[in-house]
Design a protein around this ligand. Sequence first.
Ligand code: BGC
Length: 731
Amino acid sequence: MLAAIALLAASVLALAALLVWWAYPKRPVDSVWVRPAGLAVFKFTDVPRGRVLAPEEADAYARRVLAGMTLEQKVLQMSGDTWLWDFTGQRLIGRPWRSGRDRRAGLPALVHSDGPRGVGLGSSTCFPVPMARAASWDRGLERRIGEAAAAELRAHGGRMWLAPTVNLLRHPLWGRAQETYGEDPFLVGEMGAALVEGAQGQNVLATVKHYALNSIERTRATVDVRADERALREVYLPHFRRVVEAGVAVVMSAYNRVGGDHCSESRHLLREILKDEWGFRGFVVSDWFFGVHDGVKAAEAGLDLEMPMARVFGRKLLAAVRRGEVKAEVVDEAALRILRRRIEMETRPDPRAYGPDLIRSPDHVRLAGEAAEKGLVLLKNEGPLLPLSRDTTKTLAVIGALAAAENLGDRGSSRVYPKDVVTPLAGLRAFLGGQTRVVHDDGADPARARSVAAGADAVVVVAGFTSRDEGEYLPFALFDETETGGDRAQLALEDPDRALILAVGDANPRTIVVLEGGAAITVEDWKDRVPAILMAFYPGEQGGAALARLLFGAVNPSGKLPFTVPRDGGQLPSFDNVSPSVEYGYYHGYTLLEKRGQEPAFPFGHGLSYTRYVYENLALDATAIGEDGEVRASVDVTNAGTRPGEEVVQLYVGFGRSRVDRPRKRLRGFERVALGPGETRRVTIPVKAKDLAYYDPVARKWVVERMEYDVLVGPSSRPSELLVVVVTVVD
Ligand code: BGC
């Protein structure tokens, strides 16, 4: 018996030792430092500060710093500085990551922190999740959020922000759907680029992630996602390219595989497409936890920085270079890319000072509120029941546990820790003051909720999902709680929530359902039983205040769906989070429904307001353009109601006359416009001919067909709401 116990203990110890050895940071030891002959060492600290360097100048300085570095120093630049003990206990929570500290080269640590909902350090401002911000279709707002979050990061001492997430929403069950900007590559690209521009204006290195095809949680570390070259180029990569063209400093590779290779080791993705074809000048960082497997392959494929510590780079990479398995130029290139970006962005004059007063400043909290207001999507409003009147609503019933919950979204890497959160209940109470009696019932007992609802002048039911149901998949309790998120299990609300809505809707015909969640929630079985439905996503720390203002008409709703709400799962592509290999096809979202001729519950781009907008006189400034040309579509938009409002004008291009298989139409432009009552504005949206191209996988190039294209403009993707004109691309 004793022997057995001893054997067991020994095996456990041996296993633990093996694990530690396997995971332990393997940094190169750089004991002998030989100054390269004839070169005075030029350090990072010798680069002149306080002026904007042209790219060639930054490159020249980076090369001078590099020339003074040994191979060991260069290899050190390629790994994070996290130590194994940093992973113990609570040390990871709300702490920054670091890389690149090298005193001899004059390099301070590059301090990183997560996003994209805000900054994951201290008590920073918690903005609505990006999916809610996407529903604003407001590039300027997203740029300001980028600025605000980056300013807070700087105030915390950080320089690199792990945001934005621009993986395409292929299916609403993806656990991290909330972190991205929807199902459409154009919208995702525009919003991602805006966030990057805002953040980088504060001299913060933004990091676009996760490159590429990362939209399943449960199998994210292993799944091999297969997509043919057209689906890849036309559907899954355009938004990454857009963000790269906007000048993003860093690209994070994804955990999953694409076409057999882990993304951190994919020469096709990293070297051929990103660096060679798109001309990306920044550096590629791996995703965090065991995201790189074969260091030699990764380095050769174009991975520049392994995070959070040296596991397969470090000493192993150094040895591989010495053995001639990895070319020294590969290490030079990686270190150069990192140094160049750091020099470019860390020596620039700052637009402001970054004092601690910036963290959750009143301006930033107000911005979170504005974003929440603009991101709420009014899906249905029969009657119209909304807006409610303060004068006639003497008693308001607020039903559901979520009404009183701080429901901010994922508790994985995108978590933010704000000090105060305005819940829907608190927001309504504060907005209504003492004038209206606000009664809350958590809905646990439907009969009781029914009677509370029956006695009220109006009812708000808050239902949906939380971080328990969806979020980043963390298979072990890495953070402070055991909730792990992962992919959502169902498209519809859970049964008790549906039963509650039906009960309350029956008891009071003035019932409004407010949905919380990261992406589409199906509503078919109860949609016709309530007059009003509002999609709130995870609306951030000021969400409850925004909701109250919107329900009572202090704000006119203006959000539009960044995804399709299907009637049921049959309208979606398959979602497989168990198989080792999955295929991503060319169609999903509205392109799939339109291809099949199906009607969704609510179409992509849909969102109502308390006023009415009329679209007229769509015209183009040219009817024929060349391959390098651009056409400008203009349309009169009138606010035909009595309240001021903001409308999102959408432009789609139709490919019905193509010789190849293409979607009916795709979004190619949008503009948000503010209109007073009775006001008309002519809105102009440009479209470039090159953005009409398809990818020819045989010729390996983009082809702009010489043909007629429909240009469709209107308030959503619903065909009956769009005006149409035709443009021809000619030789
Ligand atoms: C996530 C990244 C995140 C990183 C660092 C990873 O697990 O996929 O999005 O930036 O952790 O927290």
